[in-house]
Design a protein around this ligand. Structure first.
Ligand SMILES: [Zn+2]
Length: 661
């Protein structure tokens, strides 16, 4: 009897070992990564809070999850096998339970890897095999034990094949179910007001890529739109009315003052006071730093708080079955490689019902981009590539002459980025184009925008690095997507774009004015508010991407930022500034955009600055200017940002920034 019961440990053990195996592969991958996020993670794993979190996560969530999965898969396997061989439910052995459960787990993961083949680059060794060999190999490994077992039962060809087919069909329920189950776990806050303003942000969507991909969308296109700072969290805080003078000298991690609510967000406060029920949803909470923060939102949802955001956005690609269920089981859909591209937007629209100000930000195109099989079809003969070759280079130091000589342009990261952005926008198109039929949203101003663009630094003419942002002020990072629909902005798909220069500050001022009038955004104000779009940012050193001599500019280094970043309880992070804001504001880069032209003034360490002039994406001139000219430009941008900070004032009509010459 004890033996009979004891054999049930076999599928549980198979699940636990599978989870440990994936964890080992993940750690091996961290150790063997050359550059990019993995290297940061390796450094991070040295810190006690991160190690403790990882251990807790593995033992309380990951391993139990895979043990449960093993048990469910064994349940399917046992029930079906017993239908073909009735004695089996009595006399199965622990060995059979163990090996058939492992086969089922491999089959389930094979299905998920087949959905998103690029995630196979996370498997050291196997990543070097081309897809056309790798998939048959994994399939053979999945089949070997089930086929041997079926042969031993002497079921005959037909019944044997039927059982194998039934097993695969039953096993596939487990990975496929989460995409089809209704999301019931998160209760909507409700309310009865139709929306006045809906803002949808798609992280890192370049204006050029975005406008082309939304040509069939309704609404007015603004191809000459600029961010005010190429950093997600700071930009959103400025949109919420946060002081631009403070938020244009910050970086990715929030400051302690922000976390405890010492830095007001007046637009959110006003929206709250006026009963607009401001709601904000994001599919990657690590990006925005709202966890643990005091603010007057009616609802803020992200998949998880603190550390777990890094799991669901970055690590869960290594744990496919867990990732597939994470999209269903978290408070909000995530951005892992198995996340349906329309899940977050649909959920934000559902949860936003009853609010007058609904905001959603999606990080579905965050690096690294794992293309799924549908997306890979846009890469010619993708199956002849090895998954490892589709992983982009993250730093120019990786691009050796030997690698340049054999570089296959099918792996160009800008190609992957464009494919991903197009497929996100294709998934969103029917939703967006249907909003004018939806009583909740048809009367609202509906904004699709991006917080910043994305830059793919060239190492050689044909080798480009993985996309980055938040490093520099330049047209790749600063020019953004903007399309607006709703009352006053209606336009048929394909209507000619409007060439006014737009700053995201115009959107913020528009929301502030909308709050005052209890209406939507005013089109004239939006198009006239900022004939010159001001920008300011403490740029980061780019020695990973460019051959500029290190230490040329007055700017932040990555290591200094990491060194000042502290980790609070549960993985809530913040930066401890080592100098007062006024001091940090002294070394900012300033810029402005006007039509197709963008001017950037970047301070040099030895005094003076470099002034870059762009026309579109083309650099037309780079000239050295004296410190006094830099100081003048800096003061003018500061004044523009401060002046426009009076968000409650009537819309501005005059130029915000005088020429800084
Ligand atoms: Zn962003």
């Amino acid at each position: 009897m004890a033996g009979r019961l004891g054999r049930w440990a076999a599928p549980l053990l198979a699940g636990a070992l599978w989870a440990l195996g994936l964890a080992l592969v993940f750690l091996l991958r961290l150790k063997t990564a050359e550059a990019g996020l993995s290297v940061l993670l390796v450094t991070g794993f040295g810190a006690a809070p991160i190690r403790n979190f990882a251990a807790g996560f593995a033992f309380t969530l990951l391993i139990p999850f895979y043990m449960l999965a093993g048990m469910i898969l064994w349940g399917f396997t046992l029930a079906l096998a017993s239908a073909f061989r009735p004695r089996f439910s009595h006399d199965w052995s622990a060995r059979e339970g163990f090996l058939l459960t492992l086969s089922a787990l491999l089959g389930v993961h094979l299905l998920l890897w087949w959905q998103v083949p690029t995630t196979l680059w996370l498997l050291p060794g196997l990543r070097a095999l081309p897809f056309f060999l790798l998939f048959p190999l994994l399939l053979a490994l999945t089949l070997v034990f089930p086929v041997l077992w079926i042969r031993r039962q002497a079921l005959g060809w037909l019944r044997g094949a039927l059982l194998a087919g039934a097993w695969f069909a039953a096993w596939s329920i487990l990975p496929l179910a989460p995409a089809h189950l209704p999301r019931l776990l998160t209760q909507a806050k409700g309310g009865s007001d139709p929306a006045k303003v809906l803002i949808v942000g798609l992280d890192g969507l370049r204006g050029d890529v975005g406008q082309e991909a939304t040509a069939t969308w309704k609404g007015t296109a603004y191809p000459r739109a600029y961010t005010v700072i190429p950093a997600t969290r700071l930009l959103w805080h400025i949109l919420w009315g946060g002081d631009p003078l403070m938020y244009t000298i910050g970086h990715a991690p929030p400051t302690l003052d922000e976390l405890v609510g010492k830095t007001p967000l007046p637009i959110i406060d006003q929206a709250h006071a006026k009963g607009w029920k401001p709601r904000f949803y994001i599919d990657d909470g690590g990006t925005i730093g709202l966890a643990g923060k005091v603010a007057n939102f009616d609802d803020v949802l992200m998949p998880a708080a603190g550390w777990e955001n890094f799991v669901n956005s970055n690590m869960s690609a290594s744990f496919p079955l867990f990732a597939a269920w994470e999209n269903w089981g978290r408070a909000f859909p995530t951005t892992n490689p198995w996340a349906p591209l329309d899940a977050g937007l649909k959920e934000a629209l559902r949860l936003g019902r009853g609010s007058k100000l609904v905001m959603f930000h999606s990080c579905l195109a965050h690096v690294p981009i794992f293309l799924d099989r549908e997306e890979l079809k846009e890469i010619p003969r993708w199956w002849t590539l090895a998954p490892g070759t589709l992983e982009p280079y993250y730093a120019r130091q990786q691009v050796t002459p030997a690698r340049v000589a054999t570089y296959d342009t099918r792996r160009d990261p800008f190609l992957s980025y464009t494919i991903r952005m197009k497929s996100i926008l294709r998934a969103w198109e029917p939703i967006w184009n249907g909003l004018d039929q939806d009583p909740q949203y048809r009367g609202a101003t509906r904004v699709l925008f991006s917080d910043h663009g994305e830059r793919f630094h060239h190492v050689t003419d044909k080798v480009r690095l993985s996309g980055v942002h938040g490093y520099n002020l330049d047209p790749w990072e600063a020019r953004i997507m903007l399309k607006v629909d709703g009352p006053g902005f209606e336009a048929k798909p394909g209507a000619p774009p409007v060439q006014a220069t737009i700053s995201v500050l115009s959107i913020r001022d528009g929301v502030a004015a909308a709050l005052a009038s209890d209406g939507g955004l005013d089109r004239q104000a939006l198009e006239r508010a900022y004939p010159r779009a001001p920008m300011r940012y403490q740029t980061m050193s780019m020695d990973l991407f460019t051959a500029d001599p290190p230490g040329l500019f007055r700017e932040m280094t990555v290591s200094s930022l990491v060194g000042r970043t502290a980790i609070g309880k549960g993985g809530i992070w913040f930066v401890a500034d080592d100098s007062p804001a006024d001091t940090r504001a002294e070394e900012v880069t300033v810029a402005w955009g006007e039509g197709e032209k963008m001017t950037v003034i970047k301070p040099l360490k030895g005094g003076g600055a470099l002034r870059y002039e762009y026309d579109g994406l083309a650099l037309k001139a780079a000239t050295r200017i004296p410190e006094s000219d830099y100081a003048t430009a800096k003061a003018e941008i500061k004044a523009a940002l401060a002046g426009s900070g009076a968000f409650a004032a009537p819309p501005r009509s005059q130029a915000a920034v005088p020429p800084p010459s």
